[in-house]
Design a protein around this ligand. Structure first.
Ligand code: P6P
Length: 331
């Protein structure tokens, strides 16, 4: 029987890809693995532990925070801080970034940006949610506290990025710039095993993911593209199939495995779109590009956008390269 390599073994085996790093990035990825296991366990027992529902607080997005959102944020903050490899962390759930400025953390090389529980509005309906993370090397001086500039870096500077998808199984998917690999969690053993080696984004597919409830608010080009995908064309397998879960990680993961396009464009009610550049757009764009896909705001490569603020939103079109390029023709 073929034995699958564990995530820990994979990280160690690929340590050689980082001659400049002395194991810090590997340790950081391992701490993300640990936090993912804890969040996975909490999510799976949420219904029993009565921690479903609202925490009674609002996050910076003005969205009511589900208790699991708060739990996931705290688990990642505590686990990543305890491993000592980051000097700061920014989260969708926190208005400002956290600075870890004791003697150990001030010397750390990396900062992390996370969406601790993306798609959390789905939680109470038991629909797939996810954690998204993005890792940068700090630009501020080692030995000093992290600064905003450490977080406002373009996506091209990402050292690593990935997500955990808490679905019918829990899978950790990440890249360090050497392709994309997925690891499925075996709760019986408590380890992640390589299940999706060298993921390739199919150049085209027949699935499109967009919240058509916002149709009236979309720019004309997006409306024309939606009409185009819905027209009959046997040669091109149109009309395409609509698949939209309201959970970016779930829609992205399905599209990356089987082909497809995800669109969250700007609209009159969301002038800059809804998704956050730093901890949704950039990490998903890094993964998409590393797997051979594409991610733009309709006109510009997502990863080349110069960030101006921590929670800035960005119009987001991401998926199979040929599908994204076709959509851009309408804009
Ligand atoms: P809407 C979840 O809140 C999220 O950030 C993404 O995971 C998801 O793709 C999108 O928002 C859903 O937004 O407006 O369609 O409900």
């Amino acid at each position: 029987m073929e034995r699958h390599i564990t995530l820990g073994e994979f990280i160690i085996e690929n340590q050689k890809d980082f001659p400049y790093a002395k194991g810090e990035l590997s340790a950081l990825l391992s701490s993300i693995r640990l936090a993912g296991k804890v969040v996975n366990q909490q999510i799976n027992k949420a219904g029993l532990a009565e921690i479903l529902g609202k925490a009674g607080k609002e996050n910076v997005q003005g969205e009511s925070q589900a208790k699991l959102d708060v739990m996931a944020n705290d688990v990642f903050v505590d686990t990543l801080r305890n491993r000592g490899e980051i000097c700061g962390l920014a989260s969708e759930e926190l208005e400002d970034f956290l600075v870890f400025d004791d003697e150990i953390h001030k010397k750390a090389k990396y900062v992390v940006l996370i969406d601790p529980l993306d798609g959390s509005s789905n939680i109470d309906a038991n629909i797939t949610v996810g954690t998204i993370f993005s890792i940068y090397r700090r630009v501020s001086k080692e030995g000093s506290p992290a600064t905003l500039e450490d977080f406002l870096q373009p996506g091209t500077k990402q050292v690593a990025a990935g997500y955990l998808i808490y679905g019918t199984s829990t899978i950790l998917v990440y890249t360090t710039g050497k392709g994309v690999n997925g690891f499925t969690f075996d709760p019986g053993i408590g380890s992640f095993f390589l299940s999706h080696p060298a993921i390739i984004f199919p150049p085209k597919g027949i699935t499109y993911s967009i919240n058509e409830g916002n149709y009236v608010h979309f720019p004309d080009g997006i409306k024309k593209y939606i009409k185009w995908v819905q027209q009959f064309d046997e040669k091109e397998n149109r009309p395409f199939t609509s698949r939209y879960t309201g959970s970016l990680v779930a829609d992205f993961h399905r599209n990356m495995l089987f082909g497809g396009i995800f669109l969250y464009p700007e609209g009159t009610t969301a002038p800059k779109g809804k998704l956050r550049l730093l901890y949704e757009g950039n990490p998903m764009a890094f993964l998409a590009e590393q797997a051979g896909g594409k991610a733009t705001d309709g006109f510009n490569r997502i990863m080349e956008i110069e960030p101006e603020e921590l929670h800035q939103r960005v119009p987001f079109i991401c998926g199979s390269k040929e599908m994204v390029e076709k959509a851009e023709e309408f804009l």
